[in-house]
Design a protein around this ligand. Sequence first.
Ligand code: NDP
Ligand code: 13P
Ligand code: ZN
Length: 356
Amino acid sequence: MKLTINKNSAKWMQLPRDVLVGHGVLEEIGDVCRDLKMKGNALIVTGSTTKNIAGKRVSNLLESAGCSAETVLTCKATTEDVEKVVEKALEVKANFLLGVGSGRSIDLAKLASTRLELPFISVPTAASHDGIASSRASIVDNGRSTSAEAQAPIAVIADTEIISAAPFRFLAAGCGDIISNYTAVLDWELASRLRNEYFGAYAAALSRMAARVIIECADSIKPEHETSARLVVKALVSNGVAMSIAGSSRPASGSEHMFSHALDKIAPKPALHGEQCGVGTIMMMYLHGGNWQEIREALKKIGAPVTAEELGIEDKYIIEALLHAHSIRPERYTILGSGLNPSAAEKVARITKVIN
Ligand SMILES: NC(=O)C1=CN([C@@H]2O[C@H](COP(=O)(O)OP(=O)(O)OC[C@H]3O[C@@H](n4cnc5c(N)ncnc54)[C@H](OP(=O)(O)O)[C@@H]3O)[C@@H](O)[C@H]2O)C=CC1
Ligand SMILES: O=C(CO)COP(=O)(O)O
Ligand SMILES: [Zn+2]
């Protein structure tokens, strides 16, 4: 008899069942629970800011729908934090979990619910990252950035009224996370050619398409336009689907993500994940010999950072992150190969105008 389910299998693509994107969809959370036969005790995983933006409302709405709701506040996305959420879920005898807020809260709810074999609902309050619907969780384990296998959310409730009211910086960061698909796929192709790594043509095409849509619509992505939020959220959900189809974060994470993870470790005050990935994409596209100017122009039009100064990070940390990036995920082969030397790192950052 088979006792464990191997969802790690390349044949197993797990996708969300209900995806709601639109104005005021948060109000439908009770209906989503009824649709998915989810009842009993809910554990809301949220942050100190996002609790006030959506966490409390989710709690009230769930209670009106006949569930009981407890809340656990998040701080970082580390293995220890996952453990804290697991413990809280056991304490309150949770029947399901919700990640309400930032990428961190969603990743913690995702991984804790996976460990507990309970369903979870993703309720983003900003369109700043593509973990909204993915079956991966980016967790820091013993100081190392890891991409953990996890379940996909059973439902995604992306209320564009809330998302478009968030500071525009978040939406611009989400665009950076999507545009980074270009270099992620180039790295994946390289790994397939040089390391005979599995390459999924369909996931790669889906991933490229999302990046193309954002670049082509760069002129029309504007603050407080709910249509902009809707477009970006759909591309972020599509990225999650690409990762599930690939069975890894390969279609959406390559050398530019390794640069961002390195900055998270090195910079005293890192910028948003998607902002750093966008700047990383400009530099990695240069290393690939591609059209880095197109990436830079699109990010500029959107209003995302394209320089160290705009990231609020000193030049020296950009260089250090470039030198360190290849060692972040040594198993993930990218254009960075076995690493840049200091003069090459400085050259790429200067030529692409990230530093001056
Ligand atoms: N699993 C996956 O596939 C992926 C995971 N990620 C991960 O997600 C994280 C990045 O997520 P991201 O959300 O960009 O950043 P963070 O998780 O670092 O959150 C940034 C901050 O934004 C705040 N915030 C969220 N929504 C709003 C809002 N509407 N108004 C004001 N403030 C708000 C949060 O508040 P609060 O303090 O309340 O949380 C938090 O302080 C990284 O850890 C990254 O590695 C990224 C891509 C894919
Ligand atoms: O951020 C991600 C995709 O955008 C997740 O990828 P990693 O954690 O594997 O870098
Ligand atoms: Zn990302």
